[in-house]
Write a protein that binds this ligand. Structure first.
Ligand code: SF4
Length: 371
């Protein structure tokens, strides 16, 4: 890592190994090896993120998410090119229909930044295909033809990289499909490229049916003043905001870092939603923690930070079998009709569930601390 990153002003996105050297983000002697990594996986770092990296900790939780390393050249046998099994559930280009009442609509395959742990890293990038107008029309026809689809999730790629006019067109098409009641957009734009959140973009999303925006961030330092203002523009317009994050070694793998991130979301009117276990994407083993470590972190957060700040810790089951919660359980069988429940300090208590009565009378419940 160059030592004088703060002295450099970065005006254009960082896209090549030589850009990384020029920005002081890698040492010149690593450029050849990093170039080989970039032959496989795309690179983009917005000027805004590059400045954050330079002004925060240049080897800390923000840099680690975006600056490529030689560790990405290391693959393990269980890593996959399509870790969450999108392909198995794609009936038509641009649509993933995994659950009956919702679909992913992926209009674009580019992002303003490329996360080094991305679960779709084989598909996103400058060479990635966006839907043509005909393909987008066919995807919208699929949604129209399937009345069980209650929610459409715009994903990709990052949909908020589209122009406000194109976003408004897509949003309008969805608005008039009677059975589609909710639209959700997954995006990193408000934190990594906040200048894109213009009044025109906000207006493109506002329709009578709700548009939820799910903001992806993994470290509190991503919330610069400009990022906070971009989130405020969305929230002030009445757009509900949720978060998603990925559990990443070296980024948010300590209770303090994770608590700071989750509190930062809530302070910016973003309700923590999902904490993803890192998917088995190729070359991402250096980021992955064990599920037991993730559960221990979640256990540490319970009681330490407000219930408002608690996300659901989830795993996308490899092979396309969907997402399930994998957080710690505080409840165990305790023998006979008793359960053992642990409080936030880990102290076990015995809980007796009374017989369920159907006559509307009070049920007896008992919770006693074990002596
Ligand atoms: S913004 Fe999302 S889709 Fe784009 S690189 Fe990051 S994780 Fe992948």
């Amino acid at each position: 890592m160059g030592s004088d990153t703060t002295a450099r002003t970065i005006k254009a996105p960082v896209r090549t190994a030589s850009d990384l050297v020029a920005a002081g983000l890698i040492e010149p002697e690593h450029a050849a090896g990093i170039s080989r990594v970039l032959d496989e996986f795309a690179l983009a770092i917005t000027p805004s993120v590059a400045e954050t990296i330079a002004s925060a900790d240049p080897s800390g939780g923000v840099a680690r998410q975006f600056v490529p390393t030689l560790a990405e050249a290391v693959e393990t046998a269980d890593e996959l090119t399509d870790p969450i099994g999108d392909d198995a559930h794609s009936p038509i280009k641009g649509i993933v229909h995994r659950y009956p009442d919702r679909v992913l609509l992926k209009p674009v395959h580019v992002c303003p930044v490329y996360c080094r742990f991305c679960f779709r890293r084989e598909r996103v990038g400058p060479g990635g295909e966006a839907l043509t107008q005909a393909e987008l029309s066919a995807a919208l026809d699929y949604i129209r033809a399937n009345p069980e689809i209650w929610e459409v999730i715009l994903s990709g790629g990052d949909p908020l990289i589209l122009s406000p006019r194109r976003l408004a067109d897509i949003r309008d098409s969805l608005e008039v499909i009677d059975h589609v009641r909710v639209v959700r957009i997954h995006s990193r734009v408000p934190v990594v490229d906040p200048v894109r959140v213009t009044q025109d973009l906000v207006e493109a999303l506002r329709r009578p049916k709700p548009t939820y925006v799910v903001i992806h961030a993994n470290h509190a330092d991503e919330f610069t003043g400009a990022a906070r203002s971009a989130c405020a523009r969305l929230a002030d317009a009445g757009i509900p905001l949720l978060s998603q994050s990925v559990l990443l070694r070296g980024v948010n793998d300590e209770p303090e870092a994770l608590a700071r991130l989750l509190r930062t979301f809530v302070e910016n009117r973003i309700k923590p939603y999902y904490l993803h276990h890192c998917d088995l994407a190729r070359g991402t083993g250096h980021f992955r923690m064990s599920i037991a470590e993730g559960q221990e972190l979640m256990r540490a957060l319970r009681g330490r930070i407000s219930g408002l700040c608690q996300p659901t810790y989830v795993l996308d089951i490899p092979g396309g079998h969907g997402k399930v919660p994998i957080g710690p359980s505080f409840l165990e069988a305790g023998g006979q009709d008793r359960l053992e429940v642990r409080d936030v300090s880990g102290i076990p208590h015995s809980y007796c569930e009374a017989e369920v009565r159907t006559d509307g009378q009070d049920r007896r419940r008992e919770s006693t601390r074990r002596g």
